[in-house]
Design a protein around this ligand. Structure first.
Ligand code: AMP
Length: 117
């Protein structure tokens, strides 16, 4: 069965798409946690970070160069931003189609809610 993100990439579900090429699609998160919250998604389904193949290295690098360019375009590159990939249950992954969160536009605070004690 197609994931939510495959349906967005296929144009079957609406999304605020900000960038698209033959390898990746980027769209605004429906529940933004920061003024800029964009998801950068490979067009081919890779379920989790565990499923990245050795032959996906160029694709994974491309996710990051697109994130870099979108950060510039959003005007958040100089002040800074955060890139997040959640993996599986402990990582808090909700959608099992690999994606990079690009978050910025305000100070984002500590990396995690609480330190290990
Ligand atoms: P993750 O927890 O890393 O799997 O993140 C999944 C993200 O997808 C969450 O931040 C959701 O808000 C976002 N999301 C879920 N459904 C949609 C949708 N239809 N359009 C855009 N973003 C979505």
């Amino acid at each position: 069965m197609d994931t939510l993100f495959q349906r967005i990439i296929a144009g079957e579900l609406p999304a605020d798409i900000v960038y698209r090429d033959k390898l990746v699609t980027a769209f605004r998160d429906i529940r933004p946690r920061a003024p800029t919250h964009i998801l950068i998604v490979p067009n081919k389904r890779i379920a989790t970070a565990n499923d990245i193949g050795d032959d996906d290295e160029a694709l994974i690098g491309h996710l990051f160069t697109v994130a870099r360019d979108l950060a510039k375009r959003e005007g958040i590159a100089e002040e800074g931003y955060r890139l997040i990939i959640n993996c599986n249950t402990h990582g808090g992954q909700e959608v099992y189609h690999l994606h990079v969160h690009l978050l910025g536009g305000r100070p984002l605070g500590p990396m995690l809610a609480s330190p290990i004690s």
